[in-house]
Design a protein around this ligand. Structure first.
Ligand code: MN3
Length: 203
């Protein structure tokens, strides 16, 4: 069974003007699809066919860079689509209190995410995650992921690759980050926190 390109959890205009329908059509329909297709092509007929995407990622890490990049990017994009929401959602009381402890307030956390995302050199991802029981902001480079890292539970992610924002904000990554900060799915983050283990790619 091959991995599938998951549907966007909202209409393609739902994130405008932060992320336009045009960006989503390329980002989801072309970029994410290509990562999925390449992952499927690479595992077809191998021992990895039939494994979960998380198992493929863990197996490819450090041993097959091409497969690692494509499988991790497949996962990261699925997680990213869910990290944003059409309507503003709010964090659970538990998450809110962890955010207050670690960052002072949700607004401060958003500023920190924007700051770390803007300062990240070249392509990658900025994450809100639970590590060793505490909330932390993490960055990964290129296609790297938190999906398979022991003791780390990713709650939200923001794509920092230029293809995520260039059509809408050109080179202004900070403008994209400010806009996307208003679309973060705190209810998804709260579900991830309660589960206590990393989200799994749905198909
Ligand atoms: Mn991307």
């Amino acid at each position: 069974m091959a991995f599938e390109l998951i549907d966007l959890p909202y209409d393609d205009t739902a994130l405008e003007p932060a992320v336009s329908a045009k960006t989503l059509s390329f980002h989801h329909g072309k970029h994410h699809k290509a990562y999925i297709d390449k992952t499927n092509a690479a595992i077809e007929g191998t021992d990895l066919a039939g494994k979960s995407l998380e198992e493929v990622i863990a197996s490819a890490r450090g041993s097959n860079q091409g497969l690692f990049n494509n499988s991790a990017q497949s996962w990261n994009h699925g997680f990213y689509w869910h990290s944003m929401a059409a309507e503003e959602t709010s964090a659970s009381d538990e998450l809110k209190s962890m955010i207050d402890d670690a960052f002072g307030s949700v607004e401060n956390l958003k500023s920190k995410l924007a700051e770390r995302g803007a300062g990240h050199f070249a392509s990658g991802w900025v994450w809100l995650a639970v590590k060793d029981g505490k909330l932390t902001i993490e960055e990964t480079h290129d296609g790297d992921t938190l999906a398979d890292q022991d003791g780390v539970n990713p709650l939200l992610v923001i794509d920092l690759w230029e293809h995520a924002y260039y059509l809408d904000h050109q080179n202004a990554r900070p403008a994209y980050l400010d806009a996307v900060n208003g679309k973060l799915n705190w209810s998804f983050a709260s579900e991830n926190l309660v589960r206590g283990t990393a989200w799994t790619y749905p198909c």
